[in-house]
Structures are given as structure tokens and as C-alpha cells.
Design a protein around this ligand. Structure first.
Ligand code: ZN
Length: 535
């Protein structure tokens, strides 16, 4: 039985007479028991009728027992006829949303849309968007019944009325879960299934609000219509009852069609995969290199990494980010598994020990993934696929991380240190004093004007950066390897060749000769994220 109270009688009578459906009547009776909405609509309507009739019969018996019904039909039969009539018409409040639009066929349609996308999830959240004019109709009905309720038994708060959205979800959650078998329809999940409705027949219902509250309806660029739900709700809060009743029918007018369901939209929140990469090649950009829409290099670090990850998670797309970036001709080495190191380098005395976490931290944001997790074994296989696909890069510690954890990578960007090795050429032959001088540099502050080569994408500024230490390996009279430990964000190439004096001091000034950089490798990016995984 429905948990109806005496005060509900007047609401039921007025609303049924106005052309509201049984579930909308329950909403205005403030019944927040999901089971009441899940029962068959005909049953609910029958029970509402019976509740009102019983009350009428009681009063008739006590006051005028002789009085007979005009039609001469028994009350139960008459109620049945009325139930059938009510069923056939479209509810003036929910415009059909809580009628046939929340029945099994609708659940099947939503379930089909979800199944087609092939998500591997165990839960989803159902969201619904309703035409804005529904708020106007809701307000109109509330005004229509609240006076009578107040006369009888106090207030009917607008917030106590159960929302169409809420009732729709109660009904559909069950039906949808049954159709999807095994997927729970819950209030919080990574997968959001959105159902939208429009109702062109009543689109003009809210237009009168623009005259009474022009402030609420300002045109914005990306909105198709100014009559958004938000704007309408705001206007309804402002408008006086008297003005509202004068401008629009109260109760709402009858309609001939129900809402049109829009395509079901499914979207899974992004998941994040992180790791560290090495780059062994001097002809590989970090991101696709396009000039005037034309590709310059056949691949890129992000594509080599992202393609297998994207496939494993069956995502729609990705965003790649990393702790800094290297130029196309710069390698990112480290971690004691260096490739292509020259003989001189191997003979050199150890200068500063390589950080255990060498390689560059990166993260891939996967958009609308159909799968939201991977077992550690599966993740290892993805890493293997990346590493076997090319000898230009190598990835390690590939793992899932949270969105929050990703900020660790960005935090490290400015304040942490990076280690480099540069192959330097000098015009004058190198003297022992020069080597000694460079080996003793400590915390050398540089002022770097935005380099000419990046001026097209970075704002012009002077940035202060620090070279914490330098050390050298002599190769021949005009070549040496320079290892530098610097603050992240230091432009190394510019420090060596001076960038036409835009970096001060620079190596040319310090050594009193022209110097140039022939090769550059990143040796370590000292950000201790993501965590190291056992091999
Ligand atoms: Zn309704």
C-alpha cells in the first residue's frame, strides 16, 4: 500500500483532475519510497483513486447517505474507466517521462547503447537531462496545489516535492540493472550513462520569463538557447506568484505529445597511466612535429608510448604529459642501461652517481576508456609491447595512477634538478685551467632571455636559473663532455652557445672563446615519481 496521508487527498484530486500522471502525484505527495514508483503505473493510479474514493464514500455515508451517483455506476467500475483514460493521456507535468518513457522498452534501449560500447565495468551512474520548461510546469502545479494544502494542514515546501529526475532514476535503476545483468546502477561510478529528453511542443513555455526576468537570460557564446535549466530555475525564484499566474496557465496546459528521447550518451571518466621513458634517438620529437599541418618526423615519443596503452584500455583518445620535455635531437638516458655511450665516456671517472630514477616521468590521460583497470601482468605486457615496437625509446615502471598523483609530476617540474651531458666544441684549444675552472663551478646563477628558437611559443621574459654543478671529461683539444646538474627549466644549449648574448653568463664568456654544443643528453630528471616497480 502507498504511504498516503490525509493531507494528500486534496493533492491527489487536484492533480489527477489537472492531467498529472500517477507517479507525479506521488512526487507531490512527497513520497520518497522508491518501491512506490517502481510498481505498475496502473496499480498506483488505481490505489490513488481508491484512496480518494474511500474518503469520499466515508464522508457521503456520514452526511448524505441517500445521495446517489449521477451515472448510477458503482465507484470501483467508474475508477477503472478513469484509470484507463488517465493512462492514455500525456502527463502535463513530466510530459511522459515518468509514464512510458520510464518503462521496460526504454530500459532496453539504454542497455543496448551501453552494451554496444562494450565497457568492462561493474557499475554505472545514470544521469538524465530534462527540458527546461519542465521546471515552469512544476512551479505552476506547485502553486496550483499549495494553497489548498496550506488551508488544510500547513506548508507544501517546493523542496519536499520529489524531483522528476529522482523518480525516473528510482524506476530505471532497477529495470536497467536487470537488462544489463551484473552491472549495478549506483549513484557514483566512473561510467556515466546520460539520457536526455526534449519536448518541442512546449519549448515556448518558458519564454514569458525572459520578459519578467531579463537578467537571468543573457546570451552566451556556446549555448544554443538562453533558456537553460539554470536560468529558468533562477528566474522562477525571482518571479512573484501573482505575476507567474498571470503569465502562464496554472495548472499547466494539456499537451498532445510526450518528450522525445535523445541518443543515449556513455562516457567513462579518464584513467591515468604513468611511467618513465628513455629516448635513445636524436631524430625523434616528443610530440608529433607538424609544420603548416605537415608532418616532419614519422613518429614521436608520445605516439610510441600511447598507441599500445590506448589499445589496451580501448580509449577514445589521450593526453600526454611529462616532467619537462627534450628537443628532437636530445636523448634522455640514465638508469645505468645507457646505450651508445662512447668509449671515452665509459673510461671516465664517475663524476656524480646517476640517480636511481633516471628517465623522464610521463603520464597518459586516457579518455573514455572502455576498460578502467589492468592487472599488473597485463600492464607489464603493454610495457613490453611498447619496448619491442621500437628501439628509439624504452619505458619502465608503467602503472596506473590517480589524477591527484599526477600533480606530483608537475610539482617536481620547476623545483627539482636535472642532469645533462653535453658534447662541447671550442674554437680555441682547451687549457687545463679551463677544465679546473669548470669542475669547480657551484651554484652559478644564469639570466636566460627566452631563447630565439622557442620565442614563437613562449612569452618573452628573463628567467633566472641555477647551474648547481658542472664537471668535464676532456676528449681532445677542441672537444669535451660537460656534465651539468641544473635547476629544471634551464636552457642548456643556450648556456653553451650564448644565444647571441641572451643567456648571461654563458660558456663562451666563461671560457673566452666561441663554444658550441654538438650533442646533448638528459641523464636524469630527479622527480621521484611514479614509484619504481620491481622488474
Ligand atoms: Zn507525470
Amino acid at each position: 500500500m502507498l504511504p498516503l496521508k490525509e493531507k494528500d487527498k486534496i493533492i491527489i484530486k487536484k492533480m489527477l483532475a489537472a492531467g498529472c500522471c500517477a507517479r507525479c502525484v506521488l512526487r507531490f505527495c512527497c513520497i520518497s519510497v522508491p518501491a512506490a514508483y517502481r510498481q505498475r503505473r496502473q496499480d498506483t493510479l488505481g490505489q490513488l483513486r481508491a484512496f480518494v474514493e474511500a474518503a469520499d464514500d466515508d464522508s457521503r455515508e456520514s452526511s448524505a447517505p441517500e445521495e446517489n451517483d449521477d451515472s448510477g455506476e458503482p465507484a470501483v467500475k467508474r475508477a477503472k474507466v478513469e484509470v484507463a483514460e488517465e493512462e492514455a493521456s500525456v502527463c502535463v507535468l513530466c510530459l511522459g517521462v515518468l509514464q512510458h518513457l520510464s518503462d521496460v522498452p526504454q530500459a532496453v534501449k539504454i542497455a543496448d547503447a551501453v552494451t554496444k560500447e562494450n565497457y568492462e565495468v561493474d557499475s554505472l551512474v545514470l544521469s538524465i537531462s530534462l527540458p527546461a520548461q519542465l521546471c515552469v510546469r512544476e512551479h505552476s502545479c506547485w502553486l496550483h496545489v499549495k494553497e489548498q494544502v496550506r488551508a488544510k494542514c500547513g506548508l507544501l515546501g517546493k523542496d519536499d516535492v520529489v524531483q522528476v529526475k529522482e523518480a525516473f532514476k528510482w524506476v530505471m535503476q532497477d529495470l536497467l540493472a536487470k537488462e544489463l545483468g551484473g552491472v549495478a546502477v549506483v549513484t557514483k561510478s566512473g561510467l556515466e550513462v546520460s539520457v536526455g529528453f526534449t519536448h518541442p511542443e512546449t519549448d515556448a513555455d518558458c519564454h514569458f520569463l525572459a520578459t519578467s526576468c531579463p537578467d537571468c537570460f543573457k546570451a552566451t557564446k556556446n549555448k544554443q538557447s538562453v533558456f537553460t535549466r539554470m536560468a529558468v530555475v533562477k528566474a522562477l525564484e525571482k518571479i512573484t506568484d501573482a505575476k507567474f499566474v498571470k503569465s502562464t496557465p496554472c495548472p499547466p496546459s494539456r499537451v498532445s505529445s510526450s518528450c522525445t528521447p535523445q541518443d543515449v550518451q556513455c562516457a567513462h571518466v579518464a584513467v591515468f597511466v604513468a611511467g618513465r621513458y628513455n629516448k635513445f634517438c636524436r631524430s625523434l620529437p616528443q610530440t608529433p612535429w607538424l609544420i603548416d599541418g605537415e608532418r616532419r618526423m614519422e613518429s614521436s615519443v608520445e605516439e610510441l608510448i600511447a598507441a599500445p596503452v590506448l589499445a589496451a584500455f580501448r580509449a577514445d583518445g589521450f593526453n600526454f604529459s611529462s616532467s619537462g620535455r627534450e628537443d628532437v635531437d636530445v636523448r634522455t638516458l640514465g638508469n645505468g642501461k645507457r646505450r651508445g655511450g662512447c668509449a671515452v665516456w665509459r673510461r671516465a671517472r664517475p663524476l656524480t652517481p646517476l640517480a636511481p630514477l633516471a628517465g623522464r616521468p610521463f603520464a597518459v590521460e586516457l579518455l573514455n576508456p572502455r576498460r578502467n583497470r589492468l592487472s599488473p601482468d597485463h600492464m607489464k605486457k603493454v610495457q613490453q609491447t611498447i619496448n619491442e615496437s621500437s628501439d628509439k625509446i624504452r619505458v619502465r615502471d608503467l602503472q596506473m595512477v590517480s589524477r591527484d598523483a599526477m600533480s606530483r609530476m608537475k610539482e617536481g617540474e620547476e623545483e627539482k634538478t636535472k642532469s645533462y651531458r653535453a658534447l662541447v666544441w671550442t674554437l680555441k684549444s682547451i687549457q687545463p685551467d679551463d677544465i679546473t675552472f669548470m669542475d669547480h663551478v657551484k651554484d652559478l646563477a644564469l639570466d636566460q632571455k627566452t631563447p630565439l628558437r622557442v620565442l614563437h611559443r613562449r612569452t618573452l621574459a628573463v628567467r633566472r636559473r641555477v647551474i648547481h654543478s658542472m664537471s668535464t671529461v676532456f676528449l681532445d683539444a677542441h672537444h669535451f663532455h660537460l656534465r651539468l646538474k641544473t635547476q629544471a627549466g634551464t636552457y642548456i644549449k643556450e648556456f653553451v652557445h650564448g644565444d647571441f648574448g641572451r643567456t648571461k653568463p654563458n660558456l663562451c664568456q666563461l671560457l673566452h672563446t666561441d663554444t658550441d654544443i654538438l650533442e646533448l643528453d638528459v641523464e636524469s630528471v630527479d622527480v621521484d615519481w611514479p614509484p619504481v616497480l620491481p622488474d
